[in-house]
Design a protein around this ligand. Structure first.
Ligand SMILES: NC(=O)c1ccc[n+]([C@@H]2O[C@H](COP(=O)([O-])OP(=O)(O)OC[C@H]3O[C@@H](n4cnc5c(N)ncnc54)[C@H](OP(=O)(O)O)[C@@H]3O)[C@@H](O)[C@H]2O)c1
Length: 246
């Protein structure tokens, strides 16, 4: 995620899509080049002309050298099926597009989504059950590494489910303000310190006016047991990791 110095990922009216440097955008493509799949929330995909693809040839070559498919899978999350069929992502068919949705979506809308994507997976009643979704992505689409690129609503769901292994955060030298401007993790948030997702700073780098930070998921948490269960499970399966977003 690219974030302003006051913690925002876009302006309150969500009009600003890109505010970080070319260096940061290259960093995003480099991260995509490490993953089987790239995922984003419905609003991010609807509001901006993004295609979630690997970008220029040098990144595709990098993928091939790492034994990854030349083009990453693309995953869009929409619990209500509210996606705009004219969104930019659906105009580019270089790799499969998968939609994760819920039982909230009426049958007619589900049919429209199915016409739009390569596969639509219902994973949950009202909210996506991401643990289930990731298991399915691993089993059916062989996704071992997933980069999640926001927005704040989707990130919050992944943090709440304790599924974020690494957070790549670029702190940019601007201030947007705006009490309703999205942050890297919105949603309902936690009510107690014990429920906070704990992170460990793994690396930091300053380039020009930006700070490139990488956090790993914390080993210890005052809430304790949940994180322990997750790391145990992770050690067992080494299945899917979720990474950055933008
Ligand atoms: N600075 C950055 O690095 C960066 C990166 C990405 C995005 N952004 C910005 O973030 C803004 C969008 O963020 P956002 O928080 O408003 O939206 P978002 O996270 O992109 O999308 C939210 C939508 O995703 C679906 N969704 C997310 N979590 C879900 C869950 N657990 N279960 C079911 N559905 C779920 C819902 O779709 P339905 O409503 O269809 O149910 C929800 O309305 C954009 O303006 C974009 O510019 C910034």
């Amino acid at each position: 995620m690219a974030m302003t110095a006051d913690g925002k990922i876009t302006t309150a009216n969500r009009a600003v899509a890109a505010f970080s440097s070319a260096r940061d955008r290259a960093h995003l493509l480099a991260l995509r080049a490490t993953a089987d799949a790239v995922m984003a929330g419905a609003r991010t995909v609807d509001l901006h002309p993004i295609n979630l693809g690997p970008g220029p040839k040098r990144y595709r070559a990098r993928r091939l050298r790492s034994n990854l498919a030349e083009y990453n899978l693309r995953i869009v999350v929409s619990g209500s099926g509210s996606l705009d069929p004219d969104a930019e992502i659906f105009r580019h068919r270089f790799s499969p597009i998968l939609i994760l949705t819920t039982r909230r979506v009426p049958a007619a809308k589900l049919r429209r989504l199915r016409a739009l994507a390569d596969e639509v997976r219902v994973c949950g009643d009202t909210e996506i059950d991401f643990r289930r979704a990731l298991r399915w992505l691993h089993r059916k689409w062989h996704v071992r590494r997933l980069v999640c690129e926001g927005g704040g609503e989707l990130n919050a769901a992944l943090f709440a489910a304790r599924l974020v292994r690494e957070l790549h955060l670029t702190v940019c030298p601007s201030v947007f303000g705006g009490r309703t401007a999205p942050t890297i993790a919105d949603g309902l948030g936690c009510q107690r310190l014990a429920d906070a997702a704990r992170l460990v700073l793994k690396s930091r780098r300053r380039v020009g006016g930006e700070l490139f930070l990488v956090y790993g998921s914390g080993a210890r948490n005052p809430g304790g047991s949940q994180v322990h269960r997750l790391s145990t499970q992770r050690a067992r399966s080494q299945s899917t990791s979720l990474r950055r977003f933008k």
